[in-house]
Design a protein around this ligand. Structure first.
Ligand code: AMP
Ligand code: MG
Length: 417
């Protein structure tokens, strides 16, 4: 009976992503200006072009003497070139004059090379002279010479709009002199777990109850993905009550994520709750295991994605469906990285439906956790850094088979135990 209410039933993962993109409310994403340190993990909302050359001046890569290469031609320990030291320039200082023939400037790493000098002799190749220096080694022009702008030039675009700001971009932005960064606002996400069996951690566990893992799995991963959690909690298995809680959060959220209650049981209340809300029901059931009964709807212009209650079903589809949606909402153009990998452990279970299996990817190989692979099991997710994407119709996989894996962003390294 629920079936009639959905526009699409049983879509592929690709169709699901396309439908979500299609129904996502359009419009320019909101930007905000944040202080540089706060920009970590955010998405740049503008191109950042360098107003300066880096380094801004030719500089010395070592401690030594700035000289004219012509003046040290043929220099050796037996026949040193003898030059008059005119001044000392340290990092942060600036040479007072051009270097003329027969002269040297004592120079430290990072200090500007005076005009006229075209190479640096490291101090170990000299007698460390203070007024006069003996140079024991000849160098061609521009040896040990860091050019102005050799790292980046004025006008170079170093951080493109849509780039996720990692510590590297943070360093680049600082290196260009930006102390504030325009970033896209974090999508505001409301997360709810449904189920009368759920107990908040910290409370005693009564008979028949379980602790609410999913809420924390989902909130944690959504925050890692760049979302801001604006509301969260448990919704009882009651359609009216669920609709009431969802309604209160919807207008304040850019996205609502729920878990549980999406299957065909008597207590699978999401279908009814969405009906009470007057949501537009876009699709139900994605052709993938686990997490098949995923629902996507739009309530008051806000996308609502309802994931399975089984923890791994919820997490897998969070990665496969919610992550691209959040990326798109954040203006992040990075894709879920896919790799081909050779299986180091067999996975005998085949099946008609495309299957997502957790694993650990390293150096072109993928390993499977030893623990329980069931969609209800959480413990074997520890240390996993990828999802194996096993196509429909698989007859089971053996060690040595090649599979496609999706890397879980931020977990690339993994911690295998
Ligand atoms: P459901 O999708 O509501 O039928 O739930 C499927 C299975 O996942 C059941 O065994 C539930 O008890 C379990 N489950 C549902 N929600 C959660 C949750 N928030 N945390 C942990 N397990 C859950
Ligand atoms: Mg339930």
């Amino acid at each position: 009976m629920e079936q009639k209410q959905y526009r699409h039933i049983g879509v592929s993962l690709e169709q699901a992503k396309a439908l979500m993109e299609q129904y996502l409310p359009k419009g320019e994403r909101c930007k905000e200006l944040v202080a540089l340190p706060e920009a970590l993990g955010r998405i740049a909302a503008e191109d950042y072009i360098s107003p300066i050359f880096q380094p801004p001046f030719p500089r010395s890569p070592l401690d030594g003497y700035a000289v004219r290469s012509d003046d040290i031609k043929g220099a050796s320990r037996e026949h040193p070139a003898v030059l008059t030291v005119t001044e000392e320039v340290d990092a942060g200082g600036y040479p007072s004059s051009e270097l003329s023939r027969g002269k040297a400037v004592r120079i430290m790493t990072g200090a500007p090379i005076p005009e006229g000098a075209d190479c640096i002799v490291k101090q170990e190749e000299t007698d460390y002279g203070e007024e006069e220096v003996q140079i024991y080694q000849e160098h061609p022009a521009y040896d040990n010479y860091c050019y102005r702008g050799e790292d980046f030039k004025k006008g170079d675009c170093l951080v493109k709009k849509g780039t996720r700001i990692t510590y590297v971009e943070l360093g680049l932005l600082a290196g260009m002199g930006y102390d504030q960064v325009s970033v896209f606002q974090r999508p505001k996400v409301a997360v709810f777990a449904t189920g009368d069996e759920l107990t908040d951690p910290g409370k005693p566990l009564l008979p028949g109850k379980i602790y609410n893992s999913n809420l924390y799995l989902l909130m944690g991963r959504i925050r890692e993905m760049g979302g801001e959690i604006t509301a969260s909690g448990i919704v009882p298995d009651n359609e009216e009550e669920a609709a009431r809680v969802l309604k209160a959060s919807i207008t304040k959220a850019d996205l609502v994520v729920t878990t549980g209650g999406v299957s065909v049981g008597k207590r699978d209340i999401i279908h009814g709750a969405l009906e009470v809300l007057g949501a537009e029901k876009i699709f139900w059931k994605v052709q993938v295991k686990p997490g098949t009964p995923t629902v996507f709807s739009i309530a008051e212009r806000t996308p609502v994605i309802s994931l399975s209650g089984n923890p791994f079903g919820a997490v897998a589809n969070l990665e496969l469906l919610v992550s691209p949606l959040l990326h798109s909402m954040m203006g992040d153009h990075s894709l879920l990285p896919r790799r081909k990998a050779v299986l180091e452990d067999g996975f005998p279970k085949g099946g008609k439906v495309r299957r997502i299996v957790r694993g650990y990817y390293r150096d072109g190989k993928v390993y499977l956790p030893k623990g329980l692979h069931s969609s209800g099991a959480i413990s074997s997710m520890r240390g996993c850094n990828c999802l194996l994407d096993i196509p429909s119709g698989s007859k089971g996989l053996s060690k040595g088979d090649t599979v496609e894996v999706i890397l879980i962003l931020g977990m690339e390294a993994g911690i295998w135990n």
